[in-house]
Design a protein around this ligand. Structure first.
Ligand SMILES: [Zn+2]
Length: 132
């Protein structure tokens, strides 16, 4: 089991920027093509902006043209949780951080090989650190 990080709403508001709070804690979505990591091609690791857990490696990032950072898989282990999301009249699979339960984005079955998955993640949920 991943150890959980539980903060109060006031603590989250203190820790996160308004945009990060909206996405991570309210399940918001940043506008397409506006996120800071959509076009990032540098090698490195994407961490949760809420709790710092490693979530996605640049090795799995690809340009999906969707307007959001896209990955074929999360890092090894139990970094993310997936939940059925029936909001907005659609059936989608929501992706959340396993440690802080922050909303990251959604996963769709239209990605490239080998997984065939597209993890469509908000830049606001992520903090990128380039490889040394
Ligand atoms: Zn987190």
């Amino acid at each position: 089991m991943t150890e959980k990080l539980n903060l109060t709403d006031a603590e989250w508001r203190e820790k996160l920027s308004p945009e990060q709070y909206h996405v991570l804690r309210e399940g918001g979505t940043e506008r397409a093509f506006t996120g800071k990591y959509e076009k990032n091609k540098a090698e490195g690791m994407y961490y949760c902006a809420g709790c710092g857990a490693p979530l996605f490696s640049s090795d799995t990032k690809y340009n999906s043209g969707s307007g959001w950072p896209s990955y074929t898989a999360p890092v090894e282990g139990e970094a993310v949780d997936e939940h059925r999301d029936m909001s907005h009249g659609m059936i989608r699979t929501e992706v959340t951080c396993a440690k802080c339960e922050g909303h990251l984005g959604h996963v769709f079955p239209d990605g490239p090989g080998p997984t065939g998955l597209r993890y469509c993640i908000n830049s606001a949920s992520l903090e990128f650190k380039p490889e040394e």
